[in-house]
Ligand binder design. Structure first.
Ligand code: HEM
Length: 126
């Protein structure tokens, strides 16, 4: 057993900040995903993502940003694109040497919030 929080085990806020930076480099480098972020205040988005990720990992501060459903409403995010974003997040966590048990739980959280972020599948796939 390990009594440290995931947050402490991965190295706290400085590591989460690095992860989030590399995450958005990957996301914005992905032609399928980039258009969603046109005109978005990226420094602000990164800050919110850092705070959210820290709190999901058991860090000291609560997430006080918008509810995820509200933040993504009207963006028309497809299931496929959601999964791609999840893959980018996994890739950076893995590259950062994050342990399997933490990755597994992050995967569970991603599965849990998917339905509030993805838009109703009214468009044809592809
Ligand atoms: C994988 C799970 C995801 C998490 C945990 C997440 C987290 C967040 C957070 C914390 C914010 C900021 C909320 C605020 O401003 O208060 C946000 C905004 C945003 N997210 Fe996500 N997100 C996820 C998936 C996605 C996906 C799949 C896309 C697009 C493909 C996306 C696109 C955006 C955009 C464009 C904004 C800015 C919206 C705006 O400022 O109007 N997100 N997200």
């Amino acid at each position: 057993m390990n009594s440290l929080s995931y947050y402490d085990r991965i190295g706290g806020a400085p590591v989460v900040r690095e992860v989030v930076d590399s995450f958005y480099v990957r996301v914005l480098g992905d032609d399928d995903l980039k258009p969603y972020f046109d005109g978005v205040d990226m420094p602000r988005l990164k800050r919110h993502m850092v705070v959210l990720l820290c709190s999901v990992l058991g860090g000291p501060d609560p997430y006080e940003g918008r509810d995820l459903g509200e933040a993504h409403a009207g963006l028309g995010i497809t299931s496929q694109h959601y999964d791609k974003v999840g893959e980018h997040l996994f890739a950076v966590l893995q590259a950062g040497g994050v342990d399997e048990d933490i990755l597994r739980d992050v995967g569970l959280v991603l599965a849990k919030v998917k339905s509030s972020i993805v838009a109703e599948p009214t468009e044809t796939a592809g």
